[in-house]
Each structure stands twice: as structure tokens, then as C-alpha cells.
Write a protein that binds this ligand. Sequence first.
Ligand code: DHK
Length: 151
Amino acid sequence: MSGRILLLNGPNLNMLGLREPEIYGEATLDDVVALTREQARAHGCTIDAVQSNHEGDLIDALHRARGTHIGCVLNPGGLTHTSVALLDAVKASELSTVEVHISNPHAREAFRHHSYISLAARAVIAGAGIQGYAFAVDILAADHVSRKISN
Ligand code: DHK
């Protein structure tokens, strides 16, 4: 079951493994990409991985993936809680998007409890550590199979 999945990581996720390991763990962004690729491969899918600390780059990546990818695994980092523009880009991309958080934002500061992105998310996975990225791939791949069967 082939299909391209966009793996999009936002601000500060390039610092995984170094940054607040008691919250985000010791795995690096390379580990996240490798895990996500492995899970995608098990479903016959491929991953295009993008990380940026710049909102506009994330928006551009979503626009580029419109019509070419079966879905997006998105950890928007801090933009989760602030960015209407990123929400609009998720909608404009028409990509089925699974929002992933390594930590559980609901168990943290109040400003992390609201997500703009969730308004457009197919699903939200939070607090499962980096394994959440693999679960997100499972959801997108399963949806892709269902769509193929019903078409
Ligand atoms: C990552 C961040 O960088 C934070 O700004 C979010 C999210 C939580 C995570 O848990 O992956 O609040």
C-alpha cells in the first residue's frame, strides 16, 4: 500500500535529546525520523521529513504536500498554541493530519492546554513519547487503506 507521508516537526524539535530531556526524553530528531520511516515502511509507505524553526517554512511544506501525500504527521512544537496561520495551512493542504506531542501538554502549563491545530486534526496523540509518531503513521496508513477499499 504505497503512499507518501509528510513528517513535519516545528520549532525546537531539532533540539530533541538535548532539550529538557526530563520532559522530551533522550531520543534525537534523527531517532524520530528513523522510527517514523520504519513504521511507514511496515505499511508500504514512505516519509518525507521536514523540520523547521520558522513558521513560514512549515506552511510552505504543507502547501507543497497538497495532492502528493496521503497525510501529515505534525508536531508543531510551540506553534501548536499560537498559530492560526499554521492551522490555516493544515486546512489549505487538505492533508489528513495527525497532531503529535511527545509530552502531554494537558499535564503542563495552562498555556499549553489549547491547540489551534486540533481544530483541523484527524487525531491527536499526546504523552506517548516518540512512539506517538509511529501511532500517527498507523492511523494515516489505516485511513489510506480504508479509502482505497471504499473507492
Ligand atoms: C513540543 C513543544 O515544543 C512544546 O512547545 C509543546 C510539544 C509540546 C511536545 O510535547 O512534543 O507545548
